[in-house]
Ligand binder design. Structure first.
Ligand SMILES: [Zn+2]
Length: 126
């Protein structure tokens, strides 16, 4: 992806603390924001309307989400600590970016953002 990615600090904190709260279950959050030709900005998170806690991301019904153009992608946690996407994750891509946070969810060092090809993206926390 040829856009710069910006994530607000409050979003990073929300994703990390939500993952800690649900551990050892997997957490799922929608990433909301805006995109233009040059930048993609994530400035809010939302609990998906159909989420049941402990749903695995790979079994989450993304196809039943309402169409919402402010959704930039989905964040989910890896309680196993693996900071990489699984094959199932890549087959389930929703939106423009995928964010994964891995145990112990302490900082953005425990976080990656991927594009649709599964390549890690550089991003800036603002
Ligand atoms: Zn995953």
């Amino acid at each position: 992806m040829d856009k710069e990615v910006f994530v607000e600090r409050a979003v990073v904190d929300s994703i990390l603390s939500y993952a800690q709260m649900l551990h050892p279950r997997e957490s799922i959050l929608l990433l909301k924001g805006k995109v233009d030709k040059h930048r993609l900005v994530v400035n809010d998170v939302q609990i998906p309307p159909l989420a049941t806690h402990g749903n695995r991301f790979s079994s989450f019904p993304l196809s039943r989400l309402p169409i919402d153009f402010s959704v930039m992608g989905v964040a989910h946690s890896h309680p196993s600590g693996a900071l990489r996407p699984s094959i199932a994750d890549l087959n389930q891509f929703y939106g423009r970016i995928m964010l994964i946070t891995a145990y112990p969810y302490q900082s953005e060092k425990n976080m990656i953002i991927l594009d649709r090809e599964g390549k890690p993206l550089k991003y800036v926390v603002v």
